[in-house]
Ligand binder design. Structure first.
Ligand code: EPU
Length: 293
């Protein structure tokens, strides 16, 4: 690991050339020029401020579970939020910081008899990333349970936003350049056993239909209105199609899996192939659900 010292007039801070393949569920991605993993929320805010003042492009990395990173890596700073994960629970709410894992939230809510997060059972990644893309499943999304979000605005100010100000849509938000720092989730009191059963049912359904043991970024494409991208891709007999080390999962056609040696370019080529075939056969333009760096 090479260490770089970087300074903005007053402060010197350390960063490392860090291979991002170790931080993504795809297991793909070259080095970040500067990589930070702040230990707490104030340090996260300071790090982002310093990088911005130093004129570095800043990318925020949550769980890296919905992300394809180029093998060439990325210029500027990557700031990982996974250590910023304080969580507190009250009668009908959970407040949590951006790096909190969704699996942790689902588990804590179930243990305390708080209902509302069951649809997110099995959704990987962190709260911050989930809020940005309004992650969810067919039965609900994170936006449904958000009460308030604390963000770092592009001008460096901290702001509290109501859920209605986040502009949640299907796998999208309008948070733009605002960085999610924390959120309060509003939940309902219910029987822990009932919640646990719903969580287990959702986990089971996912395990049945998705290639959860393989390296992937979850669903690659958003579902087009009224249909499922997986169903369409499957209907064109594309399961098992491969480009280099990237493969359309034989289990679920909207998943591309890394068979162990996939280059980012292999995944991109497979995405293009699928898009072209789907457009040609159905007239549907599939939109990416994953982020590409
Ligand atoms: N289907 C096929 N072939 C396939 C995949 C699906 O025919 O290869 C059919 C299924 O049989 C079913 C329909 O398509 O009739 C829908 O499939 P599924 O229930 O798997 O749901 P999906 O629309 O493909 C969505 C989310 C998933 C989420 C599941 C379960 C999107 C893009 N995908 O998938 O989210 O886990 O519902 O709730 O919204 C993700 O966002 O990364 C993700 C995996």
């Amino acid at each position: 690991m090479t260490e770089h010292a970087m300074s903005d007039s007053s402060i010197q801070f350390l960063a490392t050339q860090e291979e991002l393949s170790g931080h993504t569920s795809f297991r793909i991605g070259g080095p970040a020029e500067f990589f930070f993993r702040p230990a707490c929320r104030p340090e996260l805010v300071r790090t982002i401020g310093r990088c911005r003042r130093a004129g570095l492009p800043v990318r925020v990395l949550g769980g890296g579970t919905n992300l394809l990173v180029s093998d060439r890596g990325v210029a500027g700073a990557v700031v990982a939020t996974t250590a910023v994960r304080h969580m507190s629970i009250s009668t009908r709410a959970i407040s949590a910081e951006c790096g909190t894992r969704i699996t942790q939230l689902v588990k804590a809510a179930a243990a305390c008899g708080l209902s509302g997060l069951e649809p997110l059972a099995g959704v990987p990644g962190t709260l911050g990333g989930a809020i940005r893309m309004n992650a969810g499943t067919g039965s609900g999304c994170i936006g449904d349970v958000i009460d308030e979000i604390t963000v770092l605005a592009p001008d460096g100010r901290l702001q509290n936003l109501r859920a209605s100000q986040a502009g949640f849509g299907y796998r999208s938000s309008k948070l733009g350049d605002c960085i999610v720092l924390a959120a309060r989730l509003k939940l309902q009191l219910s029987e822990p056993e009932r919640i646990r059963r719903a969580v287990l049912a959702n986990l089971g359904a996912k395990a049945e239909s998705q290639p959860l043991r393989e390296a992937s970024a979850g669903c690659i494409f958003k579902n087009p209105a009224g249909d499922s991208a997986g169903r369409i891709i499957d209907s064109l007999a594309l399961k098992g199609a491969a480009m280099g080390g990237a493969l359309i999962s034989p289990r679920h056609a909207n998943f591309i899996v890394n068979t162990g040696w996939a280059a980012s370019a292999d995944v991109l080529a497979l995405i293009e192939l699928v898009r072209n075939k789907v457009l040609h056969a159905t007239g549907v333009h599939l939109e990416l659900e994953i982020d590409v760096w």
